[in-house]
Ligand binder design. Sequence first.
Ligand code: GLA
Length: 390
Amino acid sequence: MQDIRRIFAERLGQDAPTIVSQAPGRVNLIGEHTDYNNGFVLPMAIDRWTEVAVSPRDDQTVRAYSSVFDEFVTFEMPPDAPPRSGGWRDYVVGVVTMLARRGSLGNGFDLAIGGDVPLGGGLSSSAALEVSLALALVQMYGIEMSDVALVQLCQEAEHAFVGTHCGIMDQYVALMARKGTALLLDVAALDHRYVPLALDGVTLLTVDSGVRRSLAQSAYNVRRQECQDAVRWLQAALAEPTIRSLRDVREEDLKRVQHAMPTVLHRRAWHVVTENARVLQAVDALEDHDAARFGALLSASHRSLRDAYEVSVPELDFLVSWGEDHEGLGARLIGGGFGGATLHVVPAQEADAYAEGITRAYAAAWNQEATVARYRPGPGAKQLLSRGGG
Ligand code: GLA
């Protein structure tokens, strides 16, 4: 990874930044599309980072440079909520605007963005950018804010300025992760605990399919709406106004209403309710060091995402099936779906052959390259440098 301080000095013509911070990407082990239903998720941060370097200016201008896109963006403070650009500018404007809404920020700043979180591969490079930037600006402007408030601010920035009505998982784990562990997040309680990731003799591999779907954002928002519709339907049908989200729905109740409930809504609810249960079972499996059970839960999650939640694509199904037909203990798509990567639980001694085999098979079947990676569970966001900020 290129040194962000050097990028800052070269591109923004200043000697050194005042503040440097970084936030990681993530792999979600299990618990997909459960976060915006008040459920459970089990992500881990990865050892790949988005880094930002900032220095205050003595005028109202914000000058930002992204080394990933080799592109500059400039705007004046306070930002005037410009139309969405569809690019990285939206994240910067979003975080700055959300901070400015809490109180006047004052002058602008110079900003350099860099890092090595792969983009568009379902590893949440966007949350890593939001969180690293928010962390730096909170420090620079001397804003007092709790960790959870910072996470929520980043999520709101994404809703309002990027247009994805994402849950809170990605921003939460980017800030709160701890090295060597996965993070079990209970979204209803907004509370978490760490689950050691010590599966002896097993390797976790991700395989990026290379499929990037522009459809993903609108389909995501549609799923979210369907879940809300399912809640409303179930509240009426079960005459239980205490049901506030799919988190409050029992599997046996869903079975009972299956034939009356609109099929699509039933499928979505079924995925979410059973996925929540799988997350807790996966935590047990990890704590029992039971890699086979953990892997089987991942595969069950994939089937549910494919058949009930309908967010998979044939390329991802291919990667998962290939793993199940070979030495894998289980696999599933990770992230929102419609492209991106799959996660595979593989016996450690088979990992190299597995990586080679799956890339070869994928290239032959889809005439496209799949990229295998092995990420380690890393720590959450941190400040790397702070010289007299605040
Ligand atoms: C995206 C969102 C998350 C979560 C996942 C699906 O990554 O940003 O909040 O909803 O999709 O589990």
